[in-house]
Write a protein that binds this ligand. Structure first.
Ligand SMILES: *[C@@H]1O[C@H](CO)[C@@H](O)[C@H](O)[C@H]1NC(C)=O
Ligand SMILES: *[C@@H]1O[C@H](CO)[C@@H](O)[C@H](O)[C@H]1NC(C)=O
Ligand SMILES: [Zn+2]
Length: 572
């Protein structure tokens, strides 16, 4: 009897516990989750099912939980603002961007004196830099601002404040460096007459080293400490968040750098998702020991692709062309790797399960990249069509700048993804036609609309170009410079407008297409149930913007994994 009573008491107790528990669960469901409802004037989701919404809630793991297409769930919390999915840059360099933020900005410098003044100003703000242990760094010079004449070490030495300082300044395209006399004095003597795939500039004097010749200088450069590099990454991510960027395809991450990324990802300061392309210490090789994939569960760091390099840049006649340059008929540029090696390396990576991403600017480099990719696709799916294999492997050509019409057709047929930087087109339009001539320019150069079917990924190649995605969208849509608003030669018309994208397609290039190019479709670049809770808030609707308004557009807030990572001061 006593035992029975005790049993009933236990039963009664446990039902009280159950009821209490149910109350707690209900309380959490309504209050805790309700407090996580975000409602805005309008949410442009880029989802096919529901292109517009008004509210969403967040799940526990930084994903969108429920997306509501009407404001009824919590009208009292409606925020006056316009939401887009967080933006992705499909090709940038996070570490170099951070380094740039900690160096002298020489972009748009108007002459040698302007460069000297900027370097002096930087020295004043950063006492101690310019020593042998801590070289003063800068980026953005262009000899076009010096009357087309390459600068020299003497040009820096002539300034009494800069004299004796260790200085290394990157050209705007990072394919050349300009150093001071103190740095020159460190280099082994005598310097080689000739450098394969590079140049030691000797006219009008020593000081500039291009492409492979840069290695001679870099070998003497005191390597930045791990602490310094971490600072660069943190600064880069804060700056990218300000521009509405929530993810980057980092186009060349060395094995050591990837290890550092793994340590940092998951930390408070890691506020940009990184899809890293592995770059072997020895370029264009299969580095088996480092061929490791990384996939953080929260999607903050993924590495499963490799970066290879077929050629150099157009500005310095370095990109590999099928026919000679129009303004330098005795050269057609040069490949950084021959076709045999490119193909065998691409095959090795593909067989290892990696996505193969090849840097190709010139039409020969693009042709050989397509050949290498085709061979690698045959190798990994021998009994499938190339297109069906490619839809799984998603090989991509970084830059895809000048492509022969026949090869454009091959890219479209197979679905090889072009990874394009619209601001490269508007920066290069000043000289591209000189290099290529009118025929090649109109049939081959800076294609965007022609390649639309292959889901082109858009990006900036920061720090080579400014990282602002709205400038990239503007360049893609207007084919005019986002800086000046003008077309080639100061014209008011866009440059080869037949290749311009619509504003919607350009936005896809910074959201849905990079998601697909990183195997994150349905997770990134879209606001829907289960996708990453990454979004940005604008003061005005993206729909109906005038094209020129893109140049001034500012992000009010940026959210990553459901957390606010940027909020503009004095937001209207
Ligand atoms: C190519 O032509 C330029 C002048 O147009 C000349 O300065 C240069 O030496 C030539 N290079 C070769 C490899 O013939
Ligand atoms: C291609 O380059 C590799 C490595 O530099 C070299 O061993 C090979 O002989 C070259 N092949 C051809 C056909 O030039
Ligand atoms: Zn790049």
């Amino acid at each position: 009897m006593k035992q029975a009573m005790a049993g009933i008491r236990v039963l009664a107790l446990s039902s009280v516990t159950l009821i209490a528990l149910a109350f707690v669960v209900e309380y959490i469901r309504t209050h805790y989750l309700a407090s996580h409802i975000h409602c805005y004037t309008s949410i442009k989701t880029l989802s096919d099912d529901a292109p517009y919404a008004n509210c969403f809630t967040l799940g526990r793991n930084g994903e969108f939980r429920t997306v509501y297409t009407d404001p009824s769930p919590a009208p009292e919390t409606l925020i006056d603002g316009y939401v887009l999915p967080g933006l992705w840059d499909g090709h940038g360099h996070v570490m170099q961007y951070g380094e740039m933020l900690h160096s002298v900005d020489l972009f748009q410098a108007e002459g040698l004196q302007d460069v000297r003044l900027r370097v002096r100003a930087y020295l004043e703000m950063n006492a101690g830099t310019g020593s042998r242990e801590d070289w003063l760094r800068g980026i953005g010079w262009d000899q076009a601002a010096f009357g087309g004449v390459m600068p020299t070490a003497v040009d820096l030495e002539a300034d009494p404040v800069l004299s004796g300082k260790y200085i290394m300044l990157d050209r705007i395209d990072v394919h050349c460096i300009w150093v001071s006399q103190a740095v020159l004095d460190l280099l082994p003597k005598p310097m080689p007459e000739y450098v394969e795939g590079g140049e030691i500039v000797r006219e009008p004097g020593l000081g500039v080293f291009c492409d492979n010749a840069m290695d001679i200088v870099r070998a003497m450069w005191p390597k930045p400490s791990g602490q310094t590099k971490k600072k660069w990454v943190g600064s880069a991510m804060r700056s990218l968040n300000e521009l509405g960027i929530v993810g980057v395809h980092d186009a060349g991450v060395m094995p050591g750098q990837l290890k550092m990324y793994e340590e940092l990802a998951g930390g408070e300061e890691w506020t940009v998702r990184v899809y890293a392309m592995l770059e072997c210490a020895a370029r264009n090789t299969f580095c088996a020991d480092d061929a490791r994939t990384v996939k953080k569960a929260d999607g903050m760091l993924v590495a499963q692709s490799v970066k290879l390099f077929a050629d150099g840049a157009l500005g310095s006649w370095g990109s590999a062309m099928i026919e000679p340059y129009s303004d330098k008929p005795n050269t057609s540029g040069s490949l950084l790797v021959n076709a045999t090696t490119l193909t065998s390396v691409a095959k090795s990576w593909a067989l290892h399960g990696f996505q193969v991403n090849i840097h190709a600017i010139g039409d020969l480099a693009n042709r050989l990249s397509i050949n290498a990719m085709t061979a690698a696709l045959f190798e990994v799916c021998p009994s499938e069509s190339l297109a069906s294999c490619q839809s799984k492997r998603r090989f991509r050509i970084e830059h895809s700048q000048i492509i022969h019409p026949n090869d454009q057709i091959r890219m479209l047929d197979i679905g090889i993804i072009p990874s394009i930087q619209p601001t490269h087109a508007t920066s290069d339009m000043a000289y591209a036609e000189d290099r290529l001539g009118p025929q090649r320019t109109s049939a081959e150069a800076y294609r965007m609309k022609s390649l639309l079917k292959t889901n082109p990924i858009l990006g900036s190649d920061f720090p080579v170009e400014p990282a602002n995605p709205f400038e990239g969208i503007f360049a893609a849509v207007a084919r005019r410079s986002p800086r000046t608003g003008l077309g080639a030669g100061g014209s008011n018309d866009g440059w080869h407008m037949s290749e311009a994208l619509t504003i919607e397609d350009a936005l896809r290039g910074f959201t849905l297409s990079p998601a697909r190019g990183a195997f994150m479709e349905g997770k990134a670049g879209v606001i829907q149930k289960g996708s990453f809770a990454d979004w940005i808030v604008l003061d005005r609707s993206f729909d109906g913007l005038l094209v020129d308004e893109l140049r001034q557009l500012k992000v009010r807030e940026t959210w990553v994994r459901g957390k606010k990572v940027f909020s503009r001061q004095n937001a209207a």
